[in-house]
Design a protein around this ligand. Structure first.
Ligand SMILES: Nc1ncnc2c1ncn2[C@@H]1O[C@H](COP(=O)(O)OP(=O)(O)OP(=O)(O)O)[C@@H](O)[C@H]1O
Length: 305
């Protein structure tokens, strides 16, 4: 389990973390999302012991990561956002090194390297130097190095950035398998559909702290979904009822989108008002809506400040 309390991390007078608290349970994948500069990578770096916060606490499987960084590091698998592989070392040597650092003995390490290489489609490049790998192969090698020691906490910072669909699927499957085996996984990404694939809980970071935390259904429950109506170009557009007009926007010349918490009631109102759509799509609120609603709330808060 990973837990962080009230972390503060400053770069000069900028607070990269400003009271950042988060808990990820064993067996849970938590998607850490938020705008550029929200503090996601800084949090990963603090947990990994790469930078030291001014205050706060971090525990990795019960070990105080600020008091005992080496002990905590041995329990962690980390794939940082920036690719960090030794260019002159082969993938196999790299993975053996990380297996060794995790305390796995030679024969078991050989098996662990073979297993993770197969899982992440690295078999063909195991004996190539990391410096000559393609971008996607490097991503997979970096993720494999994080996973080879079967860590109890796995930190993956945008592991699929620039990855092709096959690499992405292999990485997501490997992450799901680690969580199923009991690891606590922190996964930062800007590709929100991945978090659905991972069945992840969410933590939304903003300006150095977590401002929303919970399951996807829970966090999107109060958000409006949307009705999209395709309109008949041959018919004049009816005037929209007042209770709907404020939530409606044109989507091209012959389509309309209406933000709604009650699709059937709004649709009935539109039909009664003379709207005769050619087709109707109803969309439940999703992670994009959550992200947009938080961004809008941020803009409103900034304007008020
Ligand atoms: N080494 C550093 N020196 C100075 N400022 C830094 C350093 N690293 C990060 N920062 C600042 O700390 C803040 C948080 O950055 P961080 O990289 O954690 O954001 P992020 O949420 O990971 O962003 P992104 O989505 O772009 O990866 C930013 O304002 C950034 O400019």
């Amino acid at each position: 389990m990973l837990s962080a309390e009230e972390l503060v991390m400053r770069y000069g007078d900028r607070r990269a973390l400003d009271g950042f608290s988060l808990e990820v349970r064993s067996g849970e994948v938590t998607g850490l999302i938020g705008h550029n500069g929200a503090g996601k990578s800084t949090f990963v770096e603090v947990v990994a012991g790469l930078v030291r916060p001014a205050s706060g606490r971090v525990r990795v499987c019960g070990v105080d990561a600020l008091e005992r960084p080496c002990d905590a590091r041995a329990l962690l698998g980390v794939a940082p956002q920036e690719l960090a592989l030794y260019p002159t070392v082969t993938v196999r040597e790299h993975l053996r090194l990380f297996a060794g650092l995790a305390g796995i003995r030679r024969a078991s390490a050989r098996r662990a390297v073979g297993a993770v290489a197969e899982e992440l489609m690295l078999g063909e490049v195991l004996d190539r130097r990391c410096g000559v790998l393609s971008g996607g192969q490097r991503r997979r090698a970096q993720a494999a190095a994080a996973m080879v020691g079967t860590p109890c906490v796995l930190l993956l910072d945008e592991p699929t950035a620039g990855a092709d669909p096959e690499t992405r699927q292999a990485l997501l499957a490997a992450v799901r398998a680690r969580a199923a085996a009991g690891a606590a996984v922190l996964y930062t990404t800007h590709y929100l559909p991945e978090l659905v694939d991972l069945d992840a809980t969410l933590a939304v970071a903003r300006r150095g702290r977590v401002v929303a935390r919970g399951g996807r259904a829970e966090l999107t429950a109060d958000l409006p979904g949307e009705i999209r109506l395709s309109l008949d170009p041959a018919r004049p557009r009816p005037a929209l009822p007042a209770e709907i007009a404020g939530r409606a926007r044109d989507d091209g010349p012959h389509a309309l989108r209406v933000a709604t918490r009650n699709p059937s009631a709004d649709l009935a109102t539109l039909l009664a008002a003379g709207c005769a759509p050619l087709s109707v799509d109803v969309r439940r609120p999703d992670l994009d809506d959550l992200y947009r609603s938080l961004a809008t709330r941020d803009l409103a808060a900034d304007a008020a400040a």
